[in-house]
Structure formats: structure tokens, C-alpha cells
Design a protein around this ligand. Structure first.
Ligand code: C5P
Length: 465
């Protein structure tokens, strides 16, 4: 059975029900996935409602309604089939649409999971889109949301663009005229909304000495090139607004700058995914910034606002999301400063910090990822934060780099193993993973994760010999 075969039988199953509940995750991929499924259900005339959860865990399982509706779990569920089983959910009332690693349970629920078909660079929204297309090929416009989910879950990061079936979705959207796929674009976040010098300075992949983390340095670099940085009205121009010649001038000068520092310039370019129908200089214009907007909603308990934007609301929901985005950015900046000024504790193979109850557990992973480029990038970062609803429980987020993954590091494996040993639970991906652990086991847990990461590097080294 191929991924498409699985999607086809899932579509058939969904279409056979009168009432469906979608249970999805609060991040960009979860919201985009939910919106794809909700829109496809609406178009098919099926009654539906949605529930968003921070993670599927015993406490949030209570949000899953105990009724006769068919339950569609999106961007979660694969790793928590034991919880579905404990709830007493039958095989014929559940479908899991996921891209996380499955954890064995007594009952194997019907699942469409790209990992089962060897596709690791695909998000839940991507899987949801393939199902939506099997429900009705007229759903091709939802490809935009699938691309937002894929990009938001970092599926384009390692290869500087989407690959495999995730890229096929982007191309389908391009053929239908709703996505512009730009090859060899500047690999930089904020090309639709940030002043160009800020956009360059905030980018750390690739790290460009004199420009990365240096707004004035980036400004001087562009001024020396003679680029018109402001409009006649004195508004800073964004990358998207530059002429093709100016874009070429900037990228070729950046290449020289990187090469002169002995670094590789290939990561300066990436394929980007733009939405030409959206208003210029808004975060809705490109997949990366759209995904941040959704994260800003979901991680601050307004996932439904994000979902409404995905489904076309450009009025009240969009205005609310803009506020959420400003707040999201401000708190993450503050968290980043907190991590950098407080400092992390370095063990032999990881670095870690406990931020107490200062920040919500939903954003510490994002802050950790951003802090990494200013810390020792060789060692994965682990951040612990108190759980407000349950002080006996600690939330853990870990982030690492593509380079570390290449050396054999797998954060998902380290966190699921170490958290299970102390009676907690974890999951995620090689590059970004999370867990919940009992508070009293924090110290032991950190040491154990350090030990497991050391073991992963060791095993990889032996394998390479
Ligand atoms: O919460 P955070 O952003 O650190 O999560 C990183 C990744 O780990 C996400 O894909 C999330 O779904 C996953 N995760 C998980 N189980 C947890 C916590 C996080 O699968 N208990």
C-alpha cells in the first residue's frame, strides 16, 4: 500500500460518516492540517467540529468529546495510541493523520502516516492535503495550507526547499495558480515583511560573519552595494520588492563574503513558496511567515483564530492574529535574552537551562532553537519549564542542528527513552523534540539525556569506521 492508497481508503472512511470531530495540535502544522480537514469536510457537507490540544496527554484527553462522532486525530495520535486505547476508543471510530513516530500500543488504529512510507520530510498538513484531494480533487487550493504546514514544521530546512511528496504538493499548487515556487531565492526568514538589513541580520543559516546578529553591519553591507534601501516615502524596503538585478547583486556579494570567511555558500539559496493572491508586505505572502502567524495564534491559545485565517478570514481574525504575532515575537525575544544572559549549563554532550515558571511551555522550544545559534551549536540545547496546571510536572523542549543530526543525534529517541524511564512521555523529531517528566526527576533526567546523546554520537562514530 502506498501513501496515496492509504489516503484513498482514509478519504472513503471519512466520507462514510455524518459527523466528525477533528482533534489537532496547536502549532502551525496542526492548525494548517485542521483547516484542510475542516474545509474538506465542510465542502463534502459533513457536520464537524474541532478541538485543539497542546499535546495529547492524559489531561488533554479530557478535551476529546465522548460522543459518537468519528474522531480524526491530526498531527498527533501516532505516539499516543495507548491513550486512545485507555479511553476505550474503537478501531472503527478513529483515524490518525500524522507524521510523528508511532509508539506501539495494544491496538493499532487506522493511520495515514508518511513515515510508514519512508517520507520523513512531510508534515501532518501535507498528509491531510493528500487525503483532502482523495475526497475531492477540487480541494487543490488547500495546497497552500499544506505548504504552510510543511514549511512551518521545518520540512524545507535541511534541503533548502521541500522534497518528495511535500514538494509535489507545492508544484500541484503552482499548476493550479495558487502558489509561486521561487527557485534559488534568498534563504532568509522575513523576505515579505522585514526591512532587508534586519532580515539579513536575523538570519543564522548560513551564519555570515559581520552580518548575522549585526543589524548595523548588515545595513553598512547593503549601503556599500548602493542598494536603494528605502522607498521615496522613507519606508524600508523588503527583499520581495527588490528588482531582479538588485537581488543578484546582494546574493553574489553575500556569496563572496561567506566564501572569504572559508564557509560554504550553498545554504544561502533556497526554494521559497509565495502566495501571490495575498496582500504585499503581510505575513500571509509567504509560507514561512504565514506559519509563524499560525504559531503565534496556537501557542497563545487562539488556534481557532489561526484556523479562521487559513480558511479565508482576512478581517477580525487576521487583525487579532497580528496582535498575537507582535506579542509572540516580543515574548520570544525576551526569552532569548533570558537564556543568553542567565547562561546555560554545559554538560559533556548537551547544554541546558531551567526557566522556572517565567515563560509558557508552548514557546520555550522556539526560544531554545533561536538561542542555539548564539551558543555552542555543537551541543543540543535542553530547556525545562514548569507546567502551570501541574507543578509536579516539568515540560522539556530540545533543539539541535542539521549538522548534529548528520553526526547521529536523534532528540526524539533520546527524549522518549529518558522520559519513559522516569515515568514521563516524550516525542517529536530528530531535530526538535519535547517531553513531560516528573519534577523530582529533573536532575537525573538531564544526566540521562546527556548520556544517551553521548551514546548516539559514539554509535554513529563506530558505524562510520
Ligand atoms: O513543545 P516543543 O516545541 O518542544 O515540541 C517539539 C516537537 O516534539 C513537536 O513536534 C511536538 O509535537 C513534539 N512533542 C511530543 N511530545 C511531547 C512534547 C513535544 O511529541 N510530550
Amino acid at each position: 500500500m502506498s501513501l496515496c492508497d492509504d489516503a484513498r481508503s482514509a478519504a472513503r472512511e471519512i466520507l462514510s460518516h455524518d459527523e466528525v470531530t477533528v482533534i489537532s495540535h496547536i502549532d502551525a502544522d496542526g492548525i494548517a492540517g485542521e483547516a484542510i480537514l475542516a474545509e474538506a469536510l465542510s465542502r463534502a457537507g459533513i457536520i464537524h467540529r474541532s478541538v485543539f490540544v497542546r499535546q495529547l496527554e492524559p489531561m488533554t484527553m479530557r478535551q476529546v468529546p465522548e460522543d459518537s462522532t468519528f474522531k480524526l486525530f491530526c498531527d498527533l495520535g501516532a505516539g499516543q495510541q495507548n491513550l486512545l486505547e485507555e479511553r476505550g476508543l474503537r478501531d472503527d471510530e478513529v483515524l490518525i493523520v500524522d507524521h510523528h513516530v508511532s509508539q506501539p500500543a495494544g491496538r493499532a488504529y487506522q493511520q495515514v502516516n508518511c513515515l510508514d512510507h519512508g517520507f520523513s520530510k512531510m508534515s501532518a498538513a501535507g498528509v491531510a492535503f493528500i487525503i483532502a484531494m482523495e475526497m475531492d480533487p477540487g480541494n487543490v487550493d488547500l495546497s497552500r495550507l499544506a505548504v504552510v504546514g510543511n514549511v512551518g514544521d521545518m520540512m524545507a530546512r535541511e534541503d533548502c526547499g521541500l522534497v518528495g511528496p511535500a514538494r509535489d504538493i507545492a508544484l500541484q499548487g503552482a499548476s493550479a495558480g495558487c502558489i509561486e515556487v521561487v527557485s534559488r531565492d534568498l534563504n532568509c526568514y522575513g523576505t515579505s515583511t522585514r526591512p532587508l538589513h534586519v532580515c539579513l541580520a536575523y538570519n543564522d543559516d548560513p551564519f555570515i560573519p559581520g552580518i548575522t546578529n549585526n543589524v548595523n553591519g548588515a545595513l553598512r553591507f547593503l549601503q556599500r552595494l548602493g542598494i536603494e534601501l528605502q522607498t521615496p516615502e522613507k519606508r524600508w524596503r523588503v527583499w520581495e520588492e527588490l528588482s531582479p538585478q538588485d537581488k543578484r547583486l546582494v546574493t553574489s556579494s553575500l556569496v563572496q563574503q561567506i566564501i572569504s570567511c572559508g564557509e560554504r555558500a550553498d545554504r544561502l539559496f533556497s526554494e521559497s513558496y509565495l502566495f501571490p493572491d495575498e496582500a504585499a508586505r503581510t505575513p500571509l505572502r509567504n509560507a514561512q511567515e504565514f506559519a509563524t502567524l499560525l504559531n503565534a495564534c496556537g501557542r497563545w491559545t487562539r488556534a481557532f483564530v489561526g484556523s479562521s485565517i487559513c480558511r479565508g478570514d482576512r478581517g477580525g481574525a487576521y487583525r487579532e492574529a497580528e496582535h498575537m504575532l507582535n506579542n509572540h515575537r516580543a515574548v520570544i525575544r525576551e526569552l532569548l535574552e533570558y537564556i543568553l544572559t542567565t547562561g546555560v549549563r554545559e554538560l559533556s554532550h548537551i547544554q541546558w537551562i531551567h526557566v522556572g515558571n517565567r515563560y509558557p511551555d508552548t514557546i520555550v522550544g522556539i526560544g531554545a532553537g533561536m538561542a542555539l545559534s548564539r551558543l555552542n551549536m555543537e551541543k543540543p540545547i535542553l530547556v525545562m519549564v514548569e507546567q502551570p496546571e501541574d507543578p509536579g510536572l516539568t515540560k522539556v523542549s530540545m533543539r539541535t542542528t542539521e549538522r548534529a543530526i548528520g553526526r547521529g543525534i536523534d532528540l526524539q529517541l533520546a527524549l522518549t527513552t529518558a522520559s519513559a524511564e522516569v515515568g514521563g512521555a516524550g516525542g517529536g523529531h530528530r531535530i526538535a523534540a519535547g517531553a513531560f517528566v516528573p519534577k523530582e526527576s529533573e536532575e537525573h533526567f538531564v544526566d540521562r539525556v546527556n548520556q544517551l546523546i553521548a551514546g548516539q554520537l559514539c554509535t554513529e562514530g563506530q558505524g562510520n569506521r
